[in-house]
Design a protein around this ligand. Structure first.
Ligand code: FEO
Length: 395
C-alpha cells in the first residue's frame, strides 16, 4: 500500500512482520524488518529500490495499482543486495527498457545476480538527474557502507536523503516515521544494526559522514531502506553514527561464557562479583553464550570497554560455540577493546591459551594470561576468581 512521505514522494515498500533472521541466519531480527521502496512523482516518475525477492510479485502488483508501470521513467538502484533489488526481475519484465541508475559496482552485482542486460546508467558522487519541476536527484557513492556498490540518492527541494542501508534498522512497523514508534525499540534496533552490520566499516564511515556533510545539502528527511524514516530531527541518527563510528564504548564490562558442568559458569559469576566490588560504577553484564542471541551479544560487545570470555577445555580446545563467537567478533574488527579469558579444566587445560590466541587474532588487547581453574571450583578457588574480577576492574 502506498503511503505519503512528503509532497510527491511515497513509500511503496513491504513490511515483513514475521522475519526472524536476515542474511540467512547471520542476523536475528526479533522485530521483523521492512524493505523500503520509494516512488517519486514529479514531471518524471522515479522508483527508488525495490523489495526482497519473495515479495517481488506482490510488490509489482501493488505498484501497478498505484501507477501505470509504463510511466516509470527511471529506476534508482541504490544497492544491489537482493533485499532491495529482488523485485527487479519481475518489474523489468513489464518495463524492460527503463534505465536503471546505479554505481559501476552495482552493475556488477545486479548482472552477477540476475544475469540480465538491462539499461544500466552508471553514476558517481555528484552526478545529477533532472526529474522536472526544478528538482534533481544527486547521487552519493557510499562505497563499503556496507557493500562496494552502495550509494545514497538526494532529492533537492524536498531535501530527502534516500540513504539505503545506512541509518536503518530491522524493525517492522506500520508507522512510517521515527517519531511515531517506541523510542527504546528504535534505539535498540538502530544500535544493533550498527554493531552487527556497519561496525567493520567505521573508519570509512567517519570519512563518508564528513564528505556528505561537506556537500552542505539541507536534510529534512532521511529515508532509509529498512525500518522507519527519520523525519523528526533526522540528524540525530547521523550524530549517533558519528559517535558509534569513533571506536564507541561505554563504561561496561561484559562476561560471556559457555559451560559444560557449570564450573566455568561459577567462575563467570564470581568474576562479575569481583568487578562490581572493585568498581561500583562499571556496568557488568553476564551471559551464557548458548542461551543468548549472538547478535544481541555483539551489540553488548560493541558497547563494552572490556570483554571477558570463558570456556572449559574440551578435546584440547574450547567449546565450538565460543570458537564461532570469537570468529564473529573478529569479523566486526572492533578497535580499542580489552579482553581476557577464563575457564575450568580437568585434564589438559588448553582452553584459556586457545582463547587468548583467538582474541589477539581478533584484534582485542589481552589484559593478562587469563584465569584457569582446575576441576569444579571450591570456595578457595571461587575466592581467587573474585580477586581476578577485581584485577580486571582495575586493568
Ligand atoms: Fe539491506 Fe545491504 O541490504
Amino acid at each position: 500500500m502506498k503511503k505519503e512521505v512528503k509532497s510527491n514522494v511515497s513509500w511503496v515498500g513491504k513490511v515483513d512482520w514475521e522475519l526472524q533472521n536476515f542474511h540467512g541466519y547471520e542476523y536475528s531480527t526479533h522485530k521483523g524488518s521492512t524493505y523500503n521502496s520509494y516512488l517519486i512523482q514529479e514531471e518524471k516518475t522515479v522508483l527508488i529500490d525495490t523489495v526482497w525477492s519473495p515479495f517481488a510479485e506482490e510488490f509489482v502488483e501493488n505498484l501497478a495499482k498505484e501507477i501505470d508501470l509504463q510511466r516509470i521513467d527511471y529506476i534508482i538502484a541504490n544497492h544491489g543486495e537482493v533485499d532491495h533489488s529482488g523485485a527487479l526481475p519481475v518489474l523489468m519484465k513489464h518495463i524492460p527498457n527503463t534505465p536503471i541508475y546505479c554505481t559501476a559496482n552495482a552493475v556488477k552485482s545486479l548482472k552477477g545476480q540476475f544475469h540480465q542486460d538491462w539499461d544500466f546508467q552508471v553514476v558517481k558522487t555528484g552526478d545529477k538527474l533532472d526529474i522536472g519541476n526544478g528538482k534533481e536527484l544527486i547521487f552519493v557513492e557510499m562505497t563499503m557502507l556496507h557493500w562496494p556498490d552502495s550509494m545514497a540518492t538526494y532529492l533537492t527541494k524536498d531535501n530527502i536523503l534516500f540513504s539505503n542501508d545506512a541509518f536503518g534498522q530491522h524493525y517492522a512497523t506500520d508507522c512510517l516515521f521515527n517519531d511515531l514508534v517506541d523510542q527504546c525499540d528504535l534505539f535498540n534496533e538502530s544500535i544493533k544494526y550498527y554493531a552487527n552490520i556497519l561496525v567493520p566499516f567505521s573508519q570509512i564511515l567517519r570519512k563518508k559522514l564528513d564528505e556528505v556533510l561537506a556537500l552542505n545539502l539541507p536534510i529534512d528527511i532521511i529515508a532509509t531502506s529498512h525500518g522507519v524514516i527519520w523525519r523528526d530531527n533526522p540528524m540525530q541518527i547521523v550524530e549517533k553514527y558519528a559517535e558509534w563510528a569513533n571506536d564507541y564504548q561505554e563504561n561496561q564490562i561484559t562476561i560471556i561464557y559457555d559451560t559444560m558442568w557449570n564450573g566455568t559458569k561459577k567462575l563467570a559469576e564470581k568474576i562479575a562479583e569481583g568487578i562490581g566490588l572493585a568498581d561500583s560504577n562499571v556496568v557488568v553484564k553476564v551471559y551464557n553464550l548458548s542461551k543468548s542471541d549472538e547478535n544481541d551479544l555483539i551489540t553488548e560487545v560493541f558497547k563494552s570497554k572490556t570483554l571477558i570470555l570463558g570456556s572449559p577445555t574440551i578435546s584440547n580446545s574450547i567449546l565450538h560455540s565460543m570458537a564461532g563467537f570469537i570468529q564473529l567478533i573478529k569479523g566486526m574488527k572492533f578497535k580499542n577493546k580489552k579482553a581476557a579469558a577464563f575457564g575450568c579444566y580437568g585434564w589438559s587445560g588448553e582452553a584459556v591459551k586457545v582463547m587468548n590466541g583467538m582474541l589477539e587474532d581478533a584484534g582485542l588487547h589481552l589484559i593478562d594470561e587469563g584465569f584457569r581453574n582446575h576441576w569444579n571450583p571450591n570456595e578457595d578457588q571461587l575466592a581467587k576468581a573474585l580477586e581476578y574480577g577485581k584485577k580486571i576492574a582495575k586493568a
